[in-house]
Design a protein around this ligand. Structure first.
Ligand code: PEP
Ligand code: MG
Length: 587
């Protein structure tokens, strides 16, 4: 039945990334393939082996295609993982044993292949060698692909959508989100997630509408169903009727006209009506996002999340490999600054297939991540620090540590940096001796000791995504409690005020690089609280700039003062929203 003739259903979720999309659904399921088991008649056994050969050939073609696409769209490091996958398909032992198993048991080839590949995966996973354990992950992935092909099932992967589709998934890990097919995805819808999940941050930087926290949407839809994703109101309308399509067509027209107005101000300066300049910078995850940052006239990169270079890489990128990537970003932005954040791996961002480096934890967000992980993996940390230092020679680099929780920890990180500087001096490798070093303020203990941290660094960048989750004890990716994740909670406002005051007392500039900074409803509040710079997904620069040019700093300060006197997060939000609506009219 044509899904357009089914009944219209509206499902409410969390509005995670603005925009409206209409199209067919692609359901991304990460589940294992179900394999039927049966006896193959003796006269059909030759055909069965032929079926196996064809599935291996098709799998090889698919992997080579993905490899080329990933190389073109994402980068050679990410594409390298597929070389390991191709090698699995040439493994004589795996293929030979499958055929021998088939000859002796007479069971269908899928059953035999599943049995033998599972035996290998388990054997690899138990070996005490990181390289071999990684091969277990590759083997599992390739085996799933071969089974899909043997069973004639459509492939289920994010980096090769057959057509332009709305991607519906239960959850998407940061490493999976990095492979999302940018040219084919229309929108993102997830059962889980919140506004600050990394898949959502990625969607926002790709300007993809996203609605998350939908609970069971994956159970309610099938591939090919038609839907509207409304990332403004956080709803997904399944099987929309003609009248709904018409209504959304009108909304889209209005939004498009408004977007054109936003783009017009893109090239003008970010100065308030009372003449106060505001610094607006870009957050990037990948080197190729520099182009968008420049297109939207960012005044620099305020947050470069370097862990995305590592997430899908088959191995830890070397000092030289990192240097090449950082240098390309720095040179492209020069003379504007690039704030390179050291690795924030772990937590919700473990490296794919590296279980030994990122063991499973009960509380990953409060666990072995970011600077804690780097200080214990000092060789990896030092490679990165040296690469950043070397890149500083080619432009305007600032270095920043994530997840600093105390002055002592900051001192330890700075000591490792000093060692790297000494090593480079000894090697006569040039770097910027005056490179500024800053710290993120995203843990309550760092915020409370801002005065102590300020003595050891040159700037602060407030990571509100994490700061809010730790201050309010709200897991930032848990959709069940997402309604309690309130950026306008008085505790957050007081903390921001304190951090800004302590920084300014010691003449340090403060930026905000969490998602709050790119939301035009919150931007005036942050500026009114004294924040000097806002750093956001490049796509959001025009809306924030438009608002900055439509407000006075005096009004923003008054808004912040009033907000600090209020008790209810909802009331504070309402004031911020009214401030925004009074200045930005869509009609
Ligand atoms: C933050 O926590 O606000 C932040 C910018 O860092 P990330 O989202 O990468 O954790
Ligand atoms: Mg953070």
């Amino acid at each position: 039945m044509d899904s357009r003739s089914k009944t219209e259903i509206t499902v409410q979720g969390i509005a995670a990334s603005q925009g409206i999309a209409y199209g067919q659904i692609f359901v991304y399921l990460q589940s294992e393939v179900e394999v039927p088991s049966y006896q193959v008649e003796p006269e059909k056994r030759i055909d069965e082996v032929g079926r196996f050969d064809r599935a291996l050939i098709v799998t090889r073609q698919q992997i080579s295609k993905i490899k080329n696409e990933v190389e073109k769209n994402i980068g050679p490091e990410e594409a390298a993982i597929f070389d390991a996958h191709l090698l699995v398909l040439e493994d004589e032992a795996l293929i030979g044993e499958t055929i021998r198993e088939f000859e002796s048991s007479g069971r269908n080839i899928e059953t035999c292949f599943q049995k033998i590949s599972a035996r290998y995966v388990q054997a690899f996973a138990e070996i005490d060698d990181e390289y071999i354990r990684e091969r277990a992950g590759d083997l599992r992935d390739v085996a799933q692909r071969v089974l899909h092909n043997l069973l004639g099932q459509a492939e289920n992967s994010l980096n090769r959508l057959a057509d332009r589709r709305i991607v519906v998934a239960s959850d998407i890990t940061p490493s999976e989100s990095a492979t999302l097919d940018r040219s084919a995805a229309l929108a993102l819808v997830m059962d889980t997630g919140s506004k600050t999940s990394h898949a959502v941050i990625m969607a926002r930087s790709m300007k993809l509408p996203a609605v998350v926290g939908m609970r069971d949407i994956t159970q309610r839809v099938t591939n090919g169903d038609w839907a509207i994703v409304d990332g403004y109101d956080g709803v997904v309308i399944l099987n929309p009727s003609e009248s709904t399509l018409f209504r959304y067509g009108k909304i889209l027209e209005k939004k498009k006209t408004f977007e054109a107005r936003l783009l017009e101000v893109s090239h003008q300066s970010a100065v308030t009506l009372d003449g106060v300049p505001v610094s607006l910078m870009a957050n990037i995850e990948k080197s190729d996002e520099v182009a968008t940052a420049k297109a939207f006239c960012a005044e620099g990169v305020g947050l470069y999340r370097t862990e995305f270079l590592f997430l899908n890489s088959a191995r830890i990128p070397s000092e030289q490999e990192q240097l090449l990537v950082y240098k390309s970003v720095v040179e492209a932005m020069a003379p504007l600054p690039v704030v390179i954040r050291t690795l924030d791996l772990g937590g919700d961002k473990p490296m794919a297939g590296k279980k030994d480096l990122f063991p499973k934890e009960t509380n990953p967000f409060m666990g072995f991540r970011a600077i804690r992980w780097c200080l214990e993996h000092s060789e990896i940390f030092k490679d990165q620090l040296r690469a950043i230092l070397m890149a500083s020679h080619y432009g305007n680099v600032r270095l920043m540590y994530p997840m600093i929780s105390s002055a002592e920890e900051l001192a330890r990180a700075n000591a490792v940096l000093a060692e790297c500087q000494a090593e480079l001096r000894a090697r006569r490798v040039p770097f910027d001796e005056t490179m500024q070093v800053g710290t993120m303020i995203e843990i309550p203990s760092a915020a409370q000791t801002a005065d102590l941290l300020a003595k050891q660094c040159a700037f602060f960048s407030i990571g509100t995504n994490d700061l809010i989750q730790y201050m309010l004890a709200i897991d930032r990716v848990n959709d069940r409690i997402a309604h309690l994740y309130e950026p306008t909670h008085p505790a957050i406002l007081r903390t921001l005020r304190f951090v800004v005051a302590e920084a300014h007392r010691q003449k340090l500039p403060v930026s905000v690089c969490g998602e709050m900074a790119g939301d035009p409803v919150f931007a005036p509040l942050l500026l009114g609280l004294g924040v000097n710079c806002l750093s956001m997904s490049p796509a959001w620069l025009p809306s924030v700039k438009y608002l900055v040019r439509a407000m006075t700093m005096a009004d923003a300060r008054a808004l912040a003062t009033e907000a600090l006197s209020l008790t209810s997060p909802k009331e504070i939000y309402a004031r911020c929203d009214a401030f925004y609506r009074a200045r930005v009219k869509m009609d």
